[in-house]
Write a protein that binds this ligand. Structure first.
Ligand code: BGC
Length: 403
């Protein structure tokens, strides 16, 4: 009798432990401690906000930790080239509004502590010859560019981080205010406006005194920006291939939850068909030393914008038949233009196809706690995807997973 009672007790304890590790309907087979579950950082790479150095302590949290983003340095170069190409075929007499022989531009930086911002500032300044080795606001030297066959001086008239009054970065309203002030202060010295994202570029165009016809460049290929290119309001943008990134974020988690290991984790469904026959159509490259999967960028302007209109989802990703898993995913700022208008809709499209039951929690873009306070009930999830407010906050999330 005693033996029987003990056996029942052991069985009850064991079964409750099993269910603590995964949800009853999920595919998680056995007990998995949160610290051992798959974890993907995306869009905001764990890194030092000052030096940009990748935080490998965070990236090496467990062997199931990866970063998914896009080729930031390559993207900066694509943006720079897009501008250089535009200048090459522009009419100097029309572009140089005050006829002083100098092409003056203003620059919206975004978030000085964000590697994407840094890479774009560098790519633009290098392409225009205004690079002096720093990605900070105001750090530029006189450059030059070929405009319609004529070599002209290029000057960065001003550059700003674009932090909102509430402390949020990449702030479109701050860009509207800055643009309005620039026009008042600099007038027709401004021949070109460059922004490190579309949200701020669209913000600049909102300024009531925006000088009509002055070329303006953004980054992200958000739907409203693509439409603005079609309407001739925005001159160009860069696609960081949000579909490839959103799918790769989910696919890596899916691969790990399906038990894939080694190289298979970063290739199945990404560079080759996975067991369900899915494969991301666009190129995504793996950088082993930083455990990063990076989508490629492409320039968008009036010649090719129709290829980037809303609704062009990846036909290489179809409904799978594998078990369902639960994932909690944080977004640093519910007000971020790119994440809310491009990334989240893509995640919501692909997650059901990959049988991932996604819980998205969003922060305020200023306080890490706004995300961390919603990063809860962690035992209920099979895997985690994290977009931090600050790129050096990775440890705060890992602490939550360590017990
Ligand atoms: C995007 C920005 C966005 C930022 C958020 C960047 O890659 O280009 O538009 O604000 O990510 O982290």
């Amino acid at each position: 009798m005693k033996k029987f009672t003990l056996a029942i007790f052991v069985m009850v304890v064991l079964s409750s432990v099993v269910f603590a590790g995964g949800t009853a309907e999920s595919g998680a087979a056995a007990v998995v401690a949160n610290k051992d579950k798959p974890l993907v950082f995306f869009n905001r790479q764990p890194s030092d906000p000052v030096t940009g150095e990748i935080d490998m302590q965070v990236m090496n949290w467990n062997d199931k930790t990866y970063y998914v983003g896009f080729d930031a340095a390559g993207g900066g170069a694509v943006q720079g080239q897009l501008i250089v190409d535009y200048l090459a075929s522009a009419d100097p007499a029309k572009l140089d509004r005050n006829g002083d022989g100098v092409i003056g531009y203003v620059l919206c930086i975004g978030d000085v502590g964000h590697n994407d911002s840094k890479a774009r500032t560098q790519g633009i300044r290098q392409a225009l010859g205004t690079w002096n080795g720093s990605t900070d606001p105001g750090q530029a030297v006189e450059g030059s560019a070929v405009v319609g066959g004529k070599t002209m001086k290029v000057v960065e008239l001003d550059s700003r981080a674009m932090t909102g009054t509430d402390g949020t970065t990449w702030n479109a309203n701050a860009a509207t205010d800055a643009m309005s002030n620039w026009v008042t202060r600099l007038g027709d010295q401004i021949d070109m406006v460059i922004s490190n994202n579309d949200g701020m570029a669209m913000g600049c165009l909102q300024a009531s005194n925006y000088p009509a016809g002055v070329p303006i460049f953004g980054y992200d290929a958000n739907a409203d920006a693509i439409e603005a290119i079609g309407q001739g309001k925005l001159t160009g943008t860069v696609s960081q291939n949000v579909d490839a990134q959103a799918t790769a974020t989910l696919q890596v988690l899916r691969n790990l939850l399906d038990g894939l290991t080694g190289n298979e984790v970063v290739t199945a469904g990404i560079t080759k068909a996975d067991q369900y026959g899915n494969k991301i159509s666009a190129p995504v490259n793996y950088v082993a030393e930083t455990k990063a999967l990076l989508a490629e960028n492409s320039g968008v302007n009036s010649s090719n914008w129709t290829q980037y209109t809303e609704g062009t989802r990846d036909a290489g990703i179809k409904q799978i038949s594998g078990p369902s898993f639960k994932v909690i995913l944080t977004i640093y700022n519910s007000g971020d233009n790119f994440l809310s208008s491009s990334y989240i809709p893509a995640l919501q499209y692909y997650a059901p196809l990959l049988n991932i039951d996604l819980t998205i929690v969003q922060g305020d873009g200023q306080n890490e706690s706004s995300c961390l306070d919603r990063f809860t009930n962690l035992n209920n999830f099979d895997a985690y995807a994290i977009n931090m407010v600050r790129t050096n906050s990775g440890m705060d999330y890992l602490d939550r997973l360590s017990y």
